[in-house]
Design a protein around this ligand. Sequence first.
Ligand code: ADP
Length: 328
Amino acid sequence: MKRRIVEVLKENKGEFISGQALSEELDVSRTSISNYMKILKEEGYKIESISRKGHKLISSPNILTREELVEYLDTDYIGRKIYYHESLESTNNLAKDLAKSSEKEGEVVIAEEQTQGRGRLGRNWTSPKGNGIWMSIVVKPRIEPIEASKVTQITAASVYSALSEMNIETSIKWPNDIILNDKKICGILTEMGSEMMQISYMVVGIGINVNLELEDIPKDLRKKATSLKIEKDKDFNRKELVAKILNEFEYFYDLLVNENDISEAIKICREKSILIGKKVRVIERNNEFERTAIDLTEKGELIVKDDNGNTSVLISGEVSVRGKHGYV
Ligand code: ADP
C-alpha cells in the first residue's frame, strides 16, 4: 500500500491530491491514508498536507527503499522484496538469515551503513553512513559449490555494465573488485551455505563507494580506495545505480541457472580486466609469487604464466592478486 501511495503522490508531484481521492483510488480509509502520510514524512518525504486541499509531494528522500527504486527496476524476481535498514552489522549476515529461513530467492538487503562490513578472508569493509551502496542479494542456484565463483563473475559483469550505462567506464580486477582510475570503488563478497554436492544458498554482497567524500575513506585506504564522487566530482543517483545493477544481475543470473551460460559475463570480465597482460603478485596463505596474468577461462578462473612459460589456473577465493608495485 505504501508503495501505491508513493506512486500516486509521484504521479501528482507538485499538485495537491485530496485524501478523499487517494482513499477512493486506493480503496482504503482516509484514516489509513493519513497514517501512511505520517510514516512517509518520518521516512523523509516532504509532503505538504492541508485540510480540504489534501497532500502535495514536494520531494522524495535519498533512500533506497523499494518505493524509491521501483521506477528504475525492471526485474521479475531479483529485488522484488527489499529489506532496507538505517544500520546493520553486515548486509550479508541478514541476507544469510533470510536465505536460511525461506525457500525464496531474489530478496535484497540494503543498509545505509554497516558497522561490521566484511571483505574476503575476514578483512574489514568500510561502509560509512548515507553515501554508499551496501547491499546483498540472496540467490539459490542449483549448482555445485565448486562453481560458486561463477556468481562472483556475473556480479562483477553486472556492476561493470550498470556503471557503464551511467557513463562511468571502469575496469574489473579479478575476481571481485571494480576499479576506477586504478583504485577500488566496489568490492564483491560472495558467501554460501552448501551441502556436499549442491549449494543451498548464496549471498552476494556488493559494496560501492558512490558519493563518499575523501574524509569518509580512512587515511590508510586512500592509496587504493576511492569513490565515484571523488573521481568524477559530482553526485550520482544511488537509486538508479542499485536498480540497474539488479536488472543486469537478473539477466546474467537467468543465463547461468537456466542455460548454464556465463559466456557473456566472462567476455566482459575478460575485456575489462585490469590484470590481463600484466605482471601480478599472487598471494596465497603461506606463499607469494610473481606471474603474468594472461587470460580468463570459460569458467572465470584466472590463467597465469611463470617466467618459464608454464601456465596455471587460479581459483577465486584462494588468492589475492596485486599489481607488481601496488594495488593494480
Ligand atoms: P582485496 O581487494 O585486498 O583482495 P577484499 O576484496 O576482501 O580484498 O576487500 C577487502 C579490502 O578492501 C580491505 O582489506 C581494505 O583494504 C579494502 N577496503 C575496505 N573498505 C573499502 C572500501 N569502502 N572501498 C574500497 N576498499 C575498501
